[in-house]
Design a protein around this ligand. Sequence first.
Ligand SMILES: C[S@@+](CC[C@H](N)C(=O)[O-])C[C@H]1O[C@@H](n2cnc3c(N)ncnc32)[C@H](O)[C@@H]1O
Length: 227
Amino acid sequence: MSAAPGVLAPDAVRGMFDRIAPVYDVMNRVMTAGLDLRWRRIAAEAVVRPGDRVLDACCGTGDFAVAASRLGATVTGLDFSPRMLERALKKLPSATWVEGDLLALPFEDGSFDSATVGFGVRNVADLPLALRELRRVLAPGGRLAILEITQPRGVLAPFYRVWFDRIVPLLGKGLKGGEAYSYLPASVRRFPGPDELAALMREWGLDDVQYRTFAGGIVALHIGRVT
Ligand SMILES: C[S@@+](CC[C@H](N)C(=O)[O-])C[C@H]1O[C@@H](n2cnc3c(N)ncnc32)[C@H](O)[C@@H]1O
C-alpha cells in the first residue's frame, strides 16, 4: 500500500522488483539509451580502487557490481529481492551475493573500503537510516557513491516531465510488474534534490561530499568519504 505518492511499504517494493527482474536490464537500456552503463562505470571509477572490498547495496541485477569488479575490487552485492539476486549471480558468479536490507546491513562496522548504490536509495523508507548504515560499514577513509535519478531544472525540465511522467509509465504498461514504471516518476518527485541529498550525506557523517549530474541533470552522482 502506498502511504503517499512515491512511497511504498518495503514488502511492496521487494515484490515490485521481484516482478520486474526479468525485464529490468532491458528497460534500463531503453529508458537511458544505454547511458546507464556509462554512469555506473564513471561512478565506480570515482570511488573504487583496485583491491577494495566493495559493497554494492541495492545491487539489483548487479551492473554496478560488475563495474566495480572490472576495477579489480572484491565485490559483495546486497539486495532484498531474491529474483534480482538470481540474475546478479548469473552475471557475476565471482561476487558474494547477500539477500538483506539496506536499512539493517548484515555486516560489521568498517567492513568495506568503498560502497556504491545505484538507483536504490530513492526506494527506501528511511533515507537517513540508509546513509547511517552505509557510513557504518565503511572503514575509515572509505568512499561512497550514490547514483540516483533526480529532477532537472532549466530547459530540460519539460522534456523530462513528458518522458518520465508519460512515456516511461507507457513503456511499462503490458509488462509483468510494469506498475514499477508508474511508481518511478512519483518516487523521483518525493526524493531530495542534489543539494539536499549532499546536505543529508554531510549530516550523516560523510565528508568531502560532492556531486555532478549527467544527461542534463536527470541523474546525479554523489560521492562522499568517511574520515
Ligand atoms: C532500481 S533497482 C537498482 C538496481 C541496481 N543498483 C542498478 O544500478 O540498476 C533498486 C533495487 O534496490 C532494491 N532495494 C530497494 N530497497 C531496498 C532495501 N531496503 N534493501 C535492499 N534492497 C533494496 C530493490 O530490490 C532493487 O533491486
